[in-house]
Design a protein around this ligand. Structure first.
Ligand code: GSY
Length: 173
């Protein structure tokens, strides 16, 4: 089993539902077990700043998939939720990024892990730190980067506290 961390963001439509739908699709995958989901944070857009605020979460999972296979699953979830790629830093219904994959590095044309910009982004680091166990060997880089931020100034606000995966995706009746 490999452990991976994802960042998920959305700033179009029903943002909380978009996050829940994405998490549900990951849970439904036979080779993935979602083991933790962070609280939801509302975050000012980074990159192209003239767009709506995002909701962001981080997610921890265990999987038998390779990093490349996990990337394909993430892209499938984005497509299934109707993501349209208009321009690079533009608004999006959903975005799933692999941040870390089992403390391994990957540098292919389609996938770089650790994610090349994760240590510069408070909207990634704040939720990620929340779900990393204290004994995780991937934690140190995150803690070091986290100290370089004044979170208040980065526009990352707690939007909804989440304690468990079940709380994040209540069953639909
Ligand atoms: O890289 C993920 C998509 N994205 C985001 C995001 O998820 N949150 C915030 N706050 N800004 C972003 N800019 C881009 S692009």
């Amino acid at each position: 089993m490999k452990r991976a961390y994802l960042s998920i963001g959305t700033n179009i439509g029903e943002r909380e539902k978009n996050l829940q739908d994405a998490v549900r699709m990951l849970i439904a995958h036979e080779a993935i077990t979602v083991t933790a989901v962070s609280s939801i944070y509302e975050t000012a857009a980074v990159g192209f700043t003239e767009q709506a605020d995002f909701l962001n979460i981080a997610l921890r999972l265990e999987t038998t998939l390779s990093a490349q296979e996990l990337l394909l699953v993430c892209q499938q979830v984005e497509n299934d939720l109707g993501r349209v790629r208009e321009f690079r830093w533009g608004p999006r219904i959903i975005d799933l990024d692999i941040l870390l994959y089992n403390n391994e590095t990957s540098n292919t044309e389609t996938l770089i892990v650790p994610h090349p910009r994760m240590y510069e982004r408070a909207f990634v680091l704040v939720p990620l730190k929340e779900i990393m166990p204290e004994k995780c060997d991937m934690l140190e880089g995150v803690q070091n980067a986290y100290q370089t931020f004044d979170i208040e100034k980065e526009g990352v606000k707690l939007w909804k506290t989440i304690a468990t995966v079940d709380e994040f995706v209540p069953s639909e009746n």
